[in-house]
Write a protein that binds this ligand. Structure first.
Ligand SMILES: C[S@@+](CC[C@H](N)C(=O)[O-])C[C@H]1O[C@@H](n2cnc3c(N)ncnc32)[C@H](O)[C@@H]1O
Length: 390
């Protein structure tokens, strides 16, 4: 079974469509994202861009508006390619564009690109590491890579929602016939999510029904997978501060990835609830939170894939542990967690999902700069340590 692709071809359209009636607002959101990641959008003008998994393509309108010299888009779902072609004709028919219908792993090119994007397509793949290495291999030395990550902490509220949806419907596997019922089931929760631009039906298909094929894939996983050939650059949300004097950064390893990794471990509790940004916590408590959240993810994954029966008690026991042991969390998050525990352990049918406005920080964005050797101020012979790793 091919992660994403087998499920996506059964959907009528790619479930990533966004409301772009206010195109200016859409562009401002994308502009903010790029700048948060350390990219100056106009600097992409005249550059060679490669994007993996553009989906329905609303985000490609913004990238195309930056006037790259070439824009190559690779997606393995027929309906994505059809939607992209419509969008291309409407918004950027004058640009040099290649639309390639291919599995990421089968895409080959001798060209290297100034910027490579892959949004919403690596986490929960069955084998995310080789996929990321393949994607990253197309970045030219000194070029930029933008990916998304998800971890079990940022997805804890989603894991609970996935469980509640299955409890509501009464079976572990869901399909498209459940969409209207689940949109209604999540109405209260979705009403509390201000700023959502995706269609609710698509959110239900992509986040609740769409099967996970593998693990979440965290910032720490991405940094470990890319190794020394790529240096972490920016994140969205932004949480990493670096007080080093730039003159002290002259070693071959610039230390940006190591610094980000340390910040990640002391800040990961802030991925649990998007409403709050708490002071850094000690790494031991955050490691407990990470480990328990991962157990929740694994348990939900096992129940959905039929390896374990759909049952409330193991989940309740893990959530109680989080409630007991993770005192670094905000009181309102703990209240939402208590509500989830109470609803899941109650024998009464669940008619409406209401986690009291609790949403995790879902997916995060992470940018990297590919290593390049600097000799007398000129970027010369690429340092191919990244290729060795890849
Ligand atoms: C969740 S969508 C993300 C769409 C868009 N980037 C966004 O963030 O809204 C993932 C996209 O990646 C594509 N995809 C996932 N795995 C793939 C693979 N192995 N080969 C080709 N395309 C893949 C899917 O077809 C889908 O269009």
């Amino acid at each position: 079974m091919k992660s994403f692709l087998d499920a996506y071809k059964t959907y009528e359209s790619v479930p990533t469509r966004q409301d772009i009636t206010d195109l200016d607002a859409h562009f401002r959101r994308r502009d903010a994202l790029y700048r948060t990641l350390g990219l100056v959008p106009n600097h992409l003008e005249g550059k060679r861009i490669l994007e993996f998994g553009p989906g329905s393509g609303e985000n490609s309108i913004y990238l195309a508006s930056l006037r790259p010299s070439t824009y190559t888009l690779v997606d393995g779902t027929e309906s994505s390619i059809q939607s992209l072609e419509k969008i291309r004709q409407k918004y950027y028919s004058d640009l040099s564009v290649e639309l390639i219908h291919s599995d990421f792993l089968e895409f080959q090119s001798t060209a290297k690109y100034d910027a490579v994007f892959c949004e919403g397509a690596i986490p929960t793949q069955a084998f995310p590491e080789p996929m990321l290495r393949h994607i990253a291999s197309f970045v030219k030395p000194g070029g930029i890579l933008v990916i998304t990550t998800v971890d079990a902490v940022s997805f804890l509220s989603e894991a609970i929602r996935r469980f509640l949806a299955r409890l509501h419907v009464g079976q572990p596997s869901l399909d498209l016939s459940h969409v209207p019922r689940l949109v209604a089931f999540f109405q209260k929760d979705l009403d509390s999510l201000k700023g959502m631009s995706r269609k609710r039906e698509d959110w239900v298909i992509d986040q609740i029904i769409h099967p996970w094929n593998g693990p979440p894939f965290s910032m720490a996983d991405a940094i470990a997978t890319l190794g020394s050939g790529f240096s972490a650059h920016g994140t969205s949300p932004r949480f990493f501060s670096d007080w080093r004097w730039y003159k002290s950064i002259h070693q071959e390893d610039d230390g940006f990835s190591t610094g980000l990794l340390a910040s990640y471990h002391s800040e990961v509790h802030n991925f649990l609830d998007w409403r709050f940004s708490l002071p850094a916590a000690d790494m031991d408590s955050n490691n407990i939170l990470l480990a328990l959240s991962l157990q929740v993810y694994d348990l939900e994954f096992a129940m959905e894939s039929g390896k374990m029966p759909l049952g409330s008690m193991p989940l309740v026991s893990l959530l109680k542990k989080i409630w007991d042991e993770c005192t670094q969390l905000h009181d309102d998050t703990r209240l939402s967690l208590a509500k989830a525990i109470q609803v899941i352990s109650s024998k009464a049918p669940v008619e409406e999902c209401d986690l009291l406005g609790w949403w995790g920080r879902g997916q995060q964005y992470l940018s990297f700069v590919r290593d390049s050797k600097i000799i007398f101020g000129n970027r010369q012979t690429p340092n191919l340590r990244g290729d060795d790793a890849i």
